[in-house]
Design a binder for this molecule. Structure first.
Ligand SMILES: C[S@@+](CC[C@H](N)C(=O)[O-])C[C@H]1O[C@@H](n2cnc3c(N)ncnc32)[C@H](O)[C@@H]1O
Length: 238
Protein backbone atom coordinates (compact mmCIF):
# COMPACT_ATOMS: atom_id res chain seq x y z
CA UNK A 1 0.00 0.00 0.00
CA UNK A 2 1.35 3.43 -0.91
CA UNK A 3 0.40 6.14 1.54
CA UNK A 4 1.09 9.80 0.86
CA UNK A 5 2.35 12.30 3.41
CA UNK A 6 -1.00 14.13 3.33
CA UNK A 7 -3.08 11.06 4.20
CA UNK A 8 -1.60 10.93 7.70
CA UNK A 9 -3.24 13.18 10.39
CA UNK A 10 -0.15 15.29 11.14
CA UNK A 11 -2.37 18.05 12.55
CA UNK A 12 -3.28 16.07 15.67
CA UNK A 13 0.41 15.88 16.54
CA UNK A 14 0.97 19.60 15.87
CA UNK A 15 -1.93 20.47 18.19
CA UNK A 16 -0.49 18.28 20.96
CA UNK A 17 3.05 19.58 20.40
CA UNK A 18 1.73 23.12 20.86
CA UNK A 19 0.28 22.15 24.22
CA UNK A 20 3.76 21.03 25.25
CA UNK A 21 5.30 24.15 23.64
CA UNK A 22 7.36 21.78 21.52
CA UNK A 23 6.25 22.40 17.91
CA UNK A 24 9.89 23.12 16.99
CA UNK A 25 10.79 19.56 18.05
CA UNK A 26 8.75 18.02 15.20
CA UNK A 27 10.50 17.23 11.92
CA UNK A 28 9.71 19.34 8.88
CA UNK A 29 7.91 17.66 5.99
CA UNK A 30 11.20 17.57 4.06
CA UNK A 31 13.04 15.93 6.94
CA UNK A 32 10.33 13.35 7.45
CA UNK A 33 10.26 12.51 3.73
CA UNK A 34 14.05 12.26 3.72
CA UNK A 35 13.94 9.84 6.65
CA UNK A 36 11.37 7.71 4.81
CA UNK A 37 13.57 7.61 1.68
CA UNK A 38 16.60 6.59 3.75
CA UNK A 39 14.55 3.92 5.51
CA UNK A 40 13.31 2.48 2.20
CA UNK A 41 16.88 2.27 0.94
CA UNK A 42 18.35 0.77 4.10
CA UNK A 43 18.99 -2.93 4.70
CA UNK A 44 17.84 -5.87 2.62
CA UNK A 45 14.76 -7.13 4.37
CA UNK A 46 11.25 -6.55 3.09
CA UNK A 47 9.89 -5.49 6.45
CA UNK A 48 12.20 -2.72 7.59
CA UNK A 49 12.77 -2.27 11.28
CA UNK A 50 13.50 1.18 12.61
CA UNK A 51 14.64 2.35 16.03
CA UNK A 52 14.06 5.95 17.10
CA UNK A 53 15.90 7.40 20.10
CA UNK A 54 13.87 10.34 21.46
CA UNK A 55 10.20 9.89 20.50
CA UNK A 56 8.82 13.18 21.88
CA UNK A 57 5.05 12.71 21.28
CA UNK A 58 5.55 9.91 18.74
CA UNK A 59 4.75 11.72 15.50
CA UNK A 60 7.74 10.40 13.50
CA UNK A 61 7.36 6.85 14.84
CA UNK A 62 3.61 6.81 14.21
CA UNK A 63 4.10 8.08 10.64
CA UNK A 64 6.74 5.42 9.92
CA UNK A 65 4.51 2.72 11.39
CA UNK A 66 1.57 4.02 9.33
CA UNK A 67 3.75 3.56 6.22
CA UNK A 68 4.34 -0.10 7.11
CA UNK A 69 7.69 -0.04 8.91
CA UNK A 70 8.17 -1.93 12.17
CA UNK A 71 9.09 0.71 14.75
CA UNK A 72 10.60 0.77 18.21
CA UNK A 73 10.89 4.16 19.86
CA UNK A 74 12.47 5.22 23.16
CA UNK A 75 11.40 8.23 25.25
CA UNK A 76 12.54 8.98 28.80
CA UNK A 77 9.92 11.63 29.65
CA UNK A 78 6.87 9.96 31.19
CA UNK A 79 4.33 12.54 29.92
CA UNK A 80 5.62 12.37 26.34
CA UNK A 81 5.69 8.58 26.50
CA UNK A 82 2.05 8.46 27.66
CA UNK A 83 1.11 10.76 24.76
CA UNK A 84 2.85 8.37 22.34
CA UNK A 85 0.81 5.46 23.69
CA UNK A 86 -2.40 7.47 23.36
CA UNK A 87 -1.65 8.29 19.70
CA UNK A 88 -0.70 4.68 18.98
CA UNK A 89 -4.05 3.51 20.34
CA UNK A 90 -5.98 6.27 18.56
CA UNK A 91 -4.40 5.43 15.19
CA UNK A 92 -4.65 1.62 15.67
CA UNK A 93 -0.95 1.11 15.03
CA UNK A 94 -0.06 -2.37 16.23
CA UNK A 95 3.43 -3.04 14.89
CA UNK A 96 5.08 -0.37 17.03
CA UNK A 97 6.68 -0.43 20.49
CA UNK A 98 7.21 2.64 22.67
CA UNK A 99 9.43 2.26 25.71
CA UNK A 100 9.64 4.72 28.59
CA UNK A 101 13.34 4.60 29.39
CA UNK A 102 16.69 6.24 28.87
CA UNK A 103 18.02 5.72 25.34
CA UNK A 104 21.53 4.89 26.53
CA UNK A 105 20.24 2.24 28.95
CA UNK A 106 18.22 0.76 26.10
CA UNK A 107 21.26 0.53 23.80
CA UNK A 108 23.40 -0.97 26.54
CA UNK A 109 20.83 -3.67 27.25
CA UNK A 110 19.46 -4.34 23.78
CA UNK A 111 20.41 -7.50 21.94
CA UNK A 112 20.75 -6.65 18.24
CA UNK A 113 20.97 -10.35 17.33
CA UNK A 114 17.62 -10.99 18.88
CA UNK A 115 15.96 -7.89 17.40
CA UNK A 116 18.02 -6.31 14.62
CA UNK A 117 17.21 -2.90 13.15
CA UNK A 118 17.84 -1.69 9.58
CA UNK A 119 18.02 1.98 10.54
CA UNK A 120 18.45 3.93 13.77
CA UNK A 121 17.26 7.54 13.95
CA UNK A 122 19.04 9.38 16.78
CA UNK A 123 17.10 12.41 18.01
CA UNK A 124 17.62 12.29 21.81
CA UNK A 125 20.10 14.25 23.96
CA UNK A 126 22.68 15.86 21.68
CA UNK A 127 25.45 15.84 24.30
CA UNK A 128 25.50 12.03 24.04
CA UNK A 129 25.70 11.78 20.24
CA UNK A 130 29.28 10.49 20.34
CA UNK A 131 28.35 7.80 22.88
CA UNK A 132 25.37 6.73 20.78
CA UNK A 133 27.61 6.62 17.72
CA UNK A 134 30.21 4.44 19.47
CA UNK A 135 27.60 1.91 20.60
CA UNK A 136 25.72 1.88 17.31
CA UNK A 137 28.72 1.84 14.97
CA UNK A 138 29.69 -1.52 16.49
CA UNK A 139 26.32 -2.78 15.25
CA UNK A 140 26.98 -1.37 11.77
CA UNK A 141 29.70 -4.00 11.55
CA UNK A 142 28.08 -6.86 13.46
CA UNK A 143 24.34 -6.78 12.80
CA UNK A 144 22.12 -6.04 9.81
CA UNK A 145 22.06 -2.37 10.79
CA UNK A 146 22.96 -0.36 7.68
CA UNK A 147 22.12 3.27 8.40
CA UNK A 148 22.49 5.71 11.28
CA UNK A 149 20.76 9.08 11.04
CA UNK A 150 21.55 11.90 13.47
CA UNK A 151 19.27 14.94 13.54
CA UNK A 152 20.27 18.48 14.57
CA UNK A 153 23.93 18.46 13.65
CA UNK A 154 23.65 22.16 12.78
CA UNK A 155 23.13 23.48 16.25
CA UNK A 156 23.46 27.11 15.28
CA UNK A 157 24.54 29.13 12.28
CA UNK A 158 28.21 29.00 13.11
CA UNK A 159 28.07 25.28 13.76
CA UNK A 160 26.39 24.68 10.42
CA UNK A 161 29.29 26.33 8.61
CA UNK A 162 31.89 24.41 10.64
CA UNK A 163 30.23 21.05 9.97
CA UNK A 164 29.84 21.74 6.24
CA UNK A 165 33.48 22.82 6.02
CA UNK A 166 34.58 19.72 7.88
CA UNK A 167 32.61 17.37 5.64
CA UNK A 168 33.86 19.13 2.50
CA UNK A 169 37.48 18.92 3.73
CA UNK A 170 37.14 15.17 4.27
CA UNK A 171 35.81 14.76 0.73
CA UNK A 172 32.37 13.77 2.03
CA UNK A 173 29.06 14.37 0.32
CA UNK A 174 26.81 17.30 1.19
CA UNK A 175 23.37 16.92 -0.30
CA UNK A 176 21.03 19.86 -0.48
CA UNK A 177 17.62 18.46 0.24
CA UNK A 178 14.11 19.67 -0.54
CA UNK A 179 12.85 23.11 -1.27
CA UNK A 180 13.36 24.47 2.22
CA UNK A 181 17.12 24.61 2.46
CA UNK A 182 17.76 27.29 5.03
CA UNK A 183 20.65 29.70 5.23
CA UNK A 184 22.87 29.80 8.28
CA UNK A 185 21.24 33.06 9.34
CA UNK A 186 17.92 31.19 9.46
CA UNK A 187 19.42 28.66 11.86
CA UNK A 188 20.41 31.56 14.06
CA UNK A 189 16.85 32.88 14.04
CA UNK A 190 15.53 29.40 14.78
CA UNK A 191 17.80 29.26 17.79
CA UNK A 192 16.62 32.59 19.10
CA UNK A 193 13.02 31.54 18.66
CA UNK A 194 13.44 28.37 20.68
CA UNK A 195 15.71 30.09 23.16
CA UNK A 196 18.11 27.16 23.02
CA UNK A 197 21.74 27.80 23.75
CA UNK A 198 23.97 25.01 22.56
CA UNK A 199 27.15 24.47 24.48
CA UNK A 200 30.64 24.36 23.02
CA UNK A 201 30.86 20.84 24.45
CA UNK A 202 28.01 19.69 22.22
CA UNK A 203 29.57 21.36 19.17
CA UNK A 204 32.91 19.69 19.79
CA UNK A 205 31.06 16.38 20.29
CA UNK A 206 29.51 16.64 16.82
CA UNK A 207 32.87 17.33 15.18
CA UNK A 208 34.45 14.45 17.10
CA UNK A 209 31.61 12.19 15.97
CA UNK A 210 32.36 13.17 12.36
CA UNK A 211 36.08 12.54 12.85
CA UNK A 212 35.43 9.04 14.22
CA UNK A 213 32.78 8.22 11.61
CA UNK A 214 35.13 9.11 8.74
CA UNK A 215 37.62 6.46 9.81
CA UNK A 216 35.34 3.58 8.78
CA UNK A 217 32.06 4.58 7.21
CA UNK A 218 30.39 6.51 4.41
CA UNK A 219 29.29 9.91 5.64
CA UNK A 220 26.69 12.10 3.97
CA UNK A 221 25.43 15.40 5.29
CA UNK A 222 21.96 16.54 4.24
CA UNK A 223 21.52 20.27 4.38
CA UNK A 224 18.01 20.26 5.80
CA UNK A 225 16.71 22.80 8.29
CA UNK A 226 18.65 21.38 11.28
CA UNK A 227 21.04 19.09 9.46
CA UNK A 228 20.81 15.32 9.01
CA UNK A 229 24.04 13.36 9.35
CA UNK A 230 23.77 9.94 7.67
CA UNK A 231 26.35 7.23 8.35
CA UNK A 232 26.29 4.00 6.35
CA UNK A 233 28.39 0.92 5.75
CA UNK A 234 30.47 1.40 2.57
CA UNK A 235 29.20 -0.50 -0.51
CA UNK A 236 32.09 -2.97 -0.49
CA UNK A 237 31.36 -3.76 3.18
CA UNK A 238 34.84 -2.83 4.41
C1 LIG B 1 13.82 16.60 19.43
S1 LIG B 1 12.78 15.66 20.44
C2 LIG B 1 12.41 14.27 19.43
C3 LIG B 1 11.47 14.55 18.30
C4 LIG B 1 10.99 13.28 17.62
N1 LIG B 1 12.11 12.43 17.26
C5 LIG B 1 10.21 13.62 16.38
O1 LIG B 1 10.73 13.39 15.27
O2 LIG B 1 9.08 14.09 16.49
C6 LIG B 1 13.91 14.94 21.59
C7 LIG B 1 13.25 13.98 22.57
O3 LIG B 1 14.27 13.17 23.13
C8 LIG B 1 13.92 12.92 24.46
N2 LIG B 1 15.17 12.53 25.13
C9 LIG B 1 16.22 13.32 25.45
N3 LIG B 1 17.19 12.60 26.03
C10 LIG B 1 16.74 11.32 26.08
C11 LIG B 1 17.29 10.10 26.56
N4 LIG B 1 18.50 10.06 27.12
N5 LIG B 1 16.59 8.98 26.43
C12 LIG B 1 15.34 9.00 25.86
N6 LIG B 1 14.77 10.12 25.40
C13 LIG B 1 15.46 11.27 25.49
C14 LIG B 1 13.31 14.22 24.95
O4 LIG B 1 12.50 14.00 26.09
C15 LIG B 1 12.55 14.66 23.72
O5 LIG B 1 11.21 14.21 23.79
Amino acid sequence: MTVSFEEFPHHIFYEKAQEFRGSHLLLTKEELNLLVTLAHNSGNSQVKKILELGSFIGRTSCFLSYLGFTVWSIERDQRYYQTCINFQTRLHLTDMTFLNMDALSFLERHNFDWLPFDLVFVDADKSRYLTYFRLLSAQLKLSKLKTLVFDNVFLNGQMRDRVIKYVANQGGAIVFWGSQVRSSSYSGVLNQKTGRVWSRQVEEGILQLLAEAYKQFSVTLYDTCDGFLVITVPEDGT
